[in-house]
Design a protein around this ligand. Structure first.
Ligand code: SDX
Length: 426
């Protein structure tokens, strides 16, 4: 019979801490009783802390398993469209035919952005990083929807979720076009979600006979699905914390974009390509690996806080990579280099002892590069796709009573001392 309570004894006092079972994964110990103990719990980096209860995504890091609303990620990526997965993240299950048609139509209706929003782009240097632009313009969206910003209103939350999922491809493509000095392309609502994004990225007004590529479209849609959500990662936790203050969803998603940008998180896909460029050839791999082991550099695209086995997304990404390169007849030496790196790492005790495996970012950059997407846009695409996950977590938080997030600390600064006038300070 498993314990129903954990017992904590400190300074002669005993505290009963309830154990709460989930449907999958580790049970949690509710530490609220620490409030009376005179102690805080201490867990830098939240390695063993579950700040929320959620029904959206489950990861088993040991098995390398990722479920969205109970469906394995490889089955979703290989059999569903990204917008079906977004619907499931938002609503609890995959849509039936009628729900799918209705949701897809709603997204199509909201792909355009207010023409005045174009002026925000002109304020950026022409070589601004697209992620810098995205942090700015997504937050700025809240300036265009004053009438629907009340997060306590379910209808406002729902239309905002539709607007954000619908407009992210348009804004992402605009951030790319701006950096290229090319005119923005209006969304085409006769195209599906991934087709529309690729069209807005690569077509120009002169392209009267723009042609879709089904292989690239399918790969793009799969990449969106593989990045849609991932439990309480750093950017999703940022979105939830910002949302716990009652901030509007556009501001919360902008905060998530900012957090995702870091090279330890969503910025890793861009860093993987830069790393492969730095290594150059397979002959240089052993020397680079020595730099990794001496901790001069990290092997970008490897390792994960949760996965201590293969990231299941990396497996689908690698399969997609092979499909795209073959279909496009591309023989990218970077893929050969990445595979050599992976092989060496998976056989090396340094990586084996630390459970370091390829993560979602290791192969994604090679596919995106093959599709013609510049490195600077990789994390923008991650943010585009993760918006459905971020907004699903925000709506989940608002669907039940919640408190503002306010962590405490271990203070190790100065103890109380008398003020000293500037003329008397040494
Ligand atoms: C994403 O959280 C999510 O779910 C994120 C994400 C999502 O979908 O939202 O999955 C997306 O962010 C994927 C991760 C992308 N980042 C990278 O690829 C950057 C490289 N990876 C590392 O920075 C690192 O692995 C992290 C940040 C991802 C995880 O770091 P942890 O969990 O804090 O692991 P750690 O630093 O405690 O590592 C344990 C050991 C350490 O060595 P020791 O000090 O014990 O000797 O492994 C080493 C680390 O130095 N290590 C690495 C390494 N990652 C960890 N050594 C070399 N190369 C690496 N990549």
């Amino acid at each position: 019979m498993a314990d129903t309570n954990a017992k904590l004894t400190v300074n002669g006092e005993e505290y009963e801490l309830p154990i709460i079972e989930g449907t999958l994964g580790r049970p949690v110990i509710d530490v609220a009783a620490l409030q009376e103990s005179g102690f805080w719990s201490y867990d830098p980096g939240f390695k063993v802390t579950a700040p929320v209860e959620s029904k959206i995504t489950y990861i088993d890091g040991g098995k390398g398993e990722l479920l969205h609303r109970g469906y394995p990620i490889d089955e979703l990526a290989n059999n569903a469209e990204y917008l079906e997965v977004a619907y499931a993240l938002l609503n609890g299950d995959l849509p039936n035919a009628e729900q799918k048609a209705d949701f897809f139509e709603k997204i199509r209706e909201h792909t355009a952005v207010h023409d005045q929003l174009r002026k925000f782009f002109e304020g950026f240097r022409r070589d601004a990083h697209p992620m810098a632009i995205m942090v700015g313009v997504v937050g700025a969206l809240s300036a265009f929807y004053h009438e629907d910003l009340d997060v306590s209103n379910e209808e406002h939350r729902e239309i905002t979720a539709i607007r954000l999922i619908a407009k992210m491809p348009t804004l992402a493509a605009m951030s790319y076009k701006y950096s290229q000095g090319e005119p923005f392309m209006y969304p085409r609502n006769d195209f599906n979600y991934a087709e529309n994004f690729l069209y807005m990225m690569f077509a120009t007004p002169a392209d009267v006979d723009y042609e879709k590529n089904d292989v690239i479209t399918r790969a793009m849609d799969k990449i969106f699905t593989l990045h849609a959500d991932h439990e309480q990662n750093a950017s999703t936790s940022t979105v939830r914390l910002a949302g716990s203050t009652g901030a509007n969803p556009y501001a919360c998603i902008a905060a998530g974009i900012a957090a995702l940008w870091g090279p330890s998180h969503g910025g890793a896909n861009e860093a993987v390509l830069e790393m492969l460029d730095e290594i150059g050839t397979v002959e240089n791999v052993p020397e680079f690996m020595e730099k990794v082991k001496s901790r001069e550099v990290k092997l970008m695209g490897f390792g994960h806080r949760v996965y201590k086995n293969f990231d299941p997304r990396a497996k689908v990404m690698k399969e997609t990579c092979d499909e795209v390169l073959e279909a496009l007849g591309i023989n990218d030496p970077k893929l050969e280099l990445a595979m050599a790196l992976e092989k060496i790492a998976l056989e090396d005790p340094f990586f084996i002892e630390r459970n370091l495996y390829p993560n979602v970012d290791f192969y994604s950059g090679i596919i995106l590069k093959a599709i013609g997407i510049p490195t600077s846009m990789f994390t923008v695409i991650f943010a585009l796709a993760r918006t459905s996950g971020w907004i699903s977590h925000l709506l989940e938080m608002h669907s039940a009573p919640y408190k503002i997030g306010r962590p405490r600390q271990l203070y190790t600064g100065e103890t109380r001392r008398d003020f000293v006038k500037v003329e008397d300070r040494k």
